[in-house]
Design a protein around this ligand. Structure first.
Ligand SMILES: [Zn+2]
Length: 442
């Protein structure tokens, strides 16, 4: 029974399917929109009927087929989530929140009490996970079902043990596409946003991390999944360091409350990116040369810190590496990108100081922390570097407690709107942090 509570799954996804299929409620898998169109009720996408008709005249959904085929010959099985019952939940966190974190944490608990939605806009490196603990504890004690979802599986993998450590006696489950274990009912869930498509009116509190990150941002399937997964009365919590326009508009319309945390826990301002002209960087690297502004920057930065160089094109990386190696003969250097099979190992090597310079694609724009780094964004005027990406990249610097004078440099040959608005956003956050006395003057 429990297995179906708040779920919306196909028969083959159920463990004891013969028994549960009898007990579960049957829900339709697809809905006719009109004579020509049909909507999938798992991912919400609408299809032209003639493009998705099967041999047996059923219709199917191609959009979410990787989760198991939905067609009009099948049903979803579901049981309603039972009503919450108050209980005691062991809370083992012994840390302390900063003044700024505490304000956000209190606001969040208040929002859950009122079943309202709230966006937490916290600067990179603010320590946002800790701000959730009090809310999760309160919610679990109310008997609520709590989900913490992220678009990125590596974030889920890192988050799950941290959450478990805080609620050591609470059964919890981690759900993602590659998991081996069977699904089991728990009140506390960490999952990828894709996994939300298997839930139906399940969550009293749903926290979505990195709402601005790929693949969640602009993905209608995943947004439909969120709407389906929450109860009618529910608190949605959005976490972000770079909110989308859509979210800020929701705030303007009063659909979402907002808490801004403009300061990191160590009370230093965010490093503000500086711009440097680097003419025809692309062509020079293609010819095997390291552009002079880049060479000069590496030279000064590497004397104090390791250096991350963000490069907009994977095809240029190897050439860039060779060009830099020719000049900086004794400095260990590597390249990493999303297709790289040694990606995790290289990130670890950089953390362990086996390299001094790491050339990377945007994969390292978020979710990673290195000790003592400076950042260069080469060709920061390239299209891949949207405002949010640039804010995240700048946020890689000065995350640890010890100050290492890390810097952020945008090397470009034509300043973009994204570059200017990233800088402006960072400056505004610093100003706000100083006004609210959450930062110390340097
Ligand atoms: Zn679908």
């Amino acid at each position: 029974m429990e297995e179906l509570w708040g779920r919306k799954v196909l028969k083959k996804e159920i463990k004891d399917n013969e028994i549960l299929v009898e007990e579960g409620q049957k829900l339709p898998t697809m809905k006719e929109v009109n004579d020509h169109k049909i909507q999938c009720l798992r991912c919400g996408q609408v299809q032209l009927k003639h493009t998705v008709r099967l041999m047996n005249q059923y219709y199917y959904c191609p959009e979410c087929i990787q989760l198991g085929r939905v067609d009009t010959g099948r049903f979803f099985y579901h049981l309603p989530e039972p009503n919450p019952i108050k209980r005691r939940v062991h809370f083992a966190w012994k840390g302390e929140l900063t003044e700024g974190q505490q304000q956000v944490s209190d606001a969040l608990v208040a929002s859950v009490k009122k079943a309202e939605s709230r966006m937490i806009w916290a600067v990179t490196g603010a320590g946002k996970t800790e701000m959730l603990f009090q809310t999760i504890h309160y919610s679990l004690e109310r008997g609520y079902r709590v989900g913490i979802a992220s678009p990125r599986v590596d974030v889920c993998l890192e988050l799950f043990p941290r959450i478990q450590a805080v609620f050591p006696d609470e059964p919890a489950i981690l759900l993602h596409g590659n998991m081996k274990e069977d699904y089991a009912y728990t009140k506390l869930i960490v999952c990828t946003t894709h996994q939300l498509l298997h839930f139906y009116q399940a969550f009293d509190v749903l926290i979505i991390d990195e709402v601005d990150a790929f693949p969640f941002v602009g993905n209608l399937q995943l947004q439909y999944g969120v709407e389906q997964a929450i109860k009618k009365t529910c608190s949605l919590v959005y976490l972000t360091a770079t909110p989308t326009k859509e979210l800020t508009e929701k705030n303007t319309k009063n659909e979402v409350q907002i808490s801004i945390l403009p300061a990191r826990y160590h009370r230093r301002i965010l490093p503000v990116p500086k711009k440097k002209w680097c003419y025809k960087w692309h062509e020079k690297i293609k010819k095997g040369n390291c552009p002079k502004p880049l060479r000069d920057k590496i030279h000064t930065l590497v004397s104090k810190n390791d250096v991350l160089i963000f490069c907009p094109s994977i095809s240029l990386m190897e050439q860039l590496k060779k060009a830099i190696e020719k000049i900086f003969l004794n400095i260990p250097i590597a390249c990493v990108h999303s297709q790289d099979p040694e990606r995790l190992e290289k990130v670890l090597n950089m953390r362990n100081k086996a390299y001094r310079i790491l050339i990377t694609s945007t994969i390292l724009e978020r979710g990673v922390t290195f000790d003592g780094v400076s950042v260069i964004v080469l060709g920061s005027n390239h299209d891949v570097f949207a405002t949010s990406a640039l804010v995240q990249i700048a946020g890689r610097v000065d995350r640890k407690k010890e100050y290492t004078a890390g810097e952020v440099w945008f090397l470009h040959d034509g300043c973009t709107k994204a570059m200017n608005s990233a800088i402006q956003q960072i400056v505004e956050m610093n100003t706000l942090g100083l006004e609210r006395e959450l930062l110390d003057e340097m």
